[in-house]
Each structure stands twice: as C-alpha cells, then as structure tokens.
Design a protein around this ligand. Structure first.
Ligand SMILES: Cc1ncc(COP(=O)(O)O)c(C=O)c1O
Length: 236
C-alpha cells in the first residue's frame, strides 16, 4: 500500500543511527560478531545489574501484577516515585500529576510537541542537535530552528537570543548533550532561562524548554547542572 507523499521523504531520511546499526548487524553476519565493533546505538555491552533482573522476576512472579491496561499517564505509584526522585535529587518541586510515563524520550517528545505546537511555530535547538529532532518537528507540524553554538559547543547566548522570535514556542536542550557531549554550565543555563523568559513576556508565549536529559547525571553517574531546575519560570 503506498504511504502518504509527505512521509516518503521522512522515511528516506530516517535515522542515520538506525541505518548504521542495521549495517552493523549485516557486517557481523558477514565477518563474524567478534570482528565488528558497533558504536552506533547506545546499547550497553554489559549485562544489567542483578537487582534489575531480580526485581523484574519478582514482579512478574507476583500474581497481583497486572499485564492489562494501566491509566494513560502511567501507574500513580510510579509517577509519584519519579517525582520523589527528582525532588530528592534536584529539589525540583514536582508533583506526581506533572509526571507522565512514556516509552523513551522519542515517545515523550513526540507527545509533548504535538500537544504544544501550533502549526508553523518554531522549535529552537542549539546546533549540532540530535538527529531525530527533524522527524519530531515534522510530526508536530512545526519548524526546527537551529541556532549556532560556540566552537567548544557551549551555548552561544547572543545567537540564541537573536533566534528567538514570536513564533518560538519550545526550546529543546539536553545536557550532557547528544551529539556533542558538552555539559552546560549552571550560569549559561540560567542566562538562557532569562533570555527565554524575557522573550516569552514580549511575545505572550509561555516560556518553555525541554530538558531531554533531565536527570543532570552523566552516563558514568557524575552530576552535571540539571536543565530542569535552571529555568527561572517553572514549567507548571
Ligand atoms: C537527545 C535525545 N533525544 C531523544 C532520544 C531518543 O530516545 P529514546 O531512544 O529513549 O526514544 C535520544 C536517544 O539517544 C537522545 O539522545
């Protein structure tokens, strides 16, 4: 069955990372798994900690565990646990009703962008940016608007200030950043928050930015300034 014309280009330009991952599978079949080192997806090459496996086994062995539908926003006790964790780690001031469970960051971003964006509005991103953002903007009917970063990949605040217009609805930011790996300083995040707040007051738009790595921890576990709590105007 033919797919919609507007989707053809999107499918053709679908995630480069996925294409590399699939190429890795093909090369492993051809040359042997021990001959190919696949750095495409962030797949762990070590087993999960025992506590993860043990907890899953305990949960699925419990006859009270449901495998049926749950509330659309997720189980209330899970939403509360996430809010408690973020409050404990970052004093984030979140209540469980502000937490919605999704399957991964792509699911969360697609949902939230479709909920927030009016047709033709802008999503601001510091460049370079995560490869999936084009698709997310497309699905939301929005424009992806990149703004240059500094040569060391930190935020170019004047460039971002210039890029914000009355059409800017959302800014996407993540730290540690994918793809650059840069960890934004607390001061630059606070300064960015002030720029977005001022722009929001001028345009009448709510100032919104989305930390896609809101935990503020690197994969190795060390803390970095959390985007989530650097915003002067709360999300709620
Ligand atoms: C910045 C960023 N956004 C979105 C995603 C997609 O996340 P997920 O695979 O959890 O859907 C990733 C994945 O690496 C990411 O790094």
């Amino acid at each position: 069955m033919p797919i919609a014309d507007k989707m053809v280009k999107m499918v053709e330009s679908a995630s480069m990372i996925r294409k590399m991952f699939e190429e890795g599978i093909r090369m492993k079949e051809k040359y042997g798994a021990d001959q190919v080192f696949d750095f495409s997806l962030g797949n762990p090459d070590v087993p999960p900690p025992a506590v993860v496996n043990d907890t899953l086994i305990r949960l699925i062995s419990n006859p009270a565990t449901s495998h049926g539908y749950m509330p659309n926003t997720g189980f209330p006790h899970v939403r509360k646990a996430v809010a408690d964790y973020l409050n404990q780690e970052y004093n984030a001031g979140l209540t469980p009703d502000l937490i919605v469970m999704t399957v991964g960051a792509a699911g969360a971003l697609n949902d939230i962008l479709r909920a927030l964006m009016n047709p033709g509005e802008d999503i601001l991103v510091p460049a370079p940016y995560f490869v999936g953002y084009h698709q997310y903007a497309f699905v939301a009917g929005a424009n992806l608007k990149p703004a240059a970063s500094l040569p060391d990949f930190h935020l170019d605040l004047p460039a971002l200030e210039k890029a914000v217009t009355a059409d800017t609805r959302v800014m996407l930011i993540n730290s540690p950043n994918n793809p650059t790996g840069v960890v934004y300083h607390k001061q630059e995040l606070m300064a960015l928050g002030k720029i977005l707040d001022a722009a929001a007051k001028n345009s009448g738009n709510a100032s919104i930015w989305f930390p896609t790595s809101p935990t503020g921890r690197s994969p190795m576990g060390w803390r970095c300034p959390a985007c989530l709590t650097s915003i002067p105007t709360p999300l709620c």
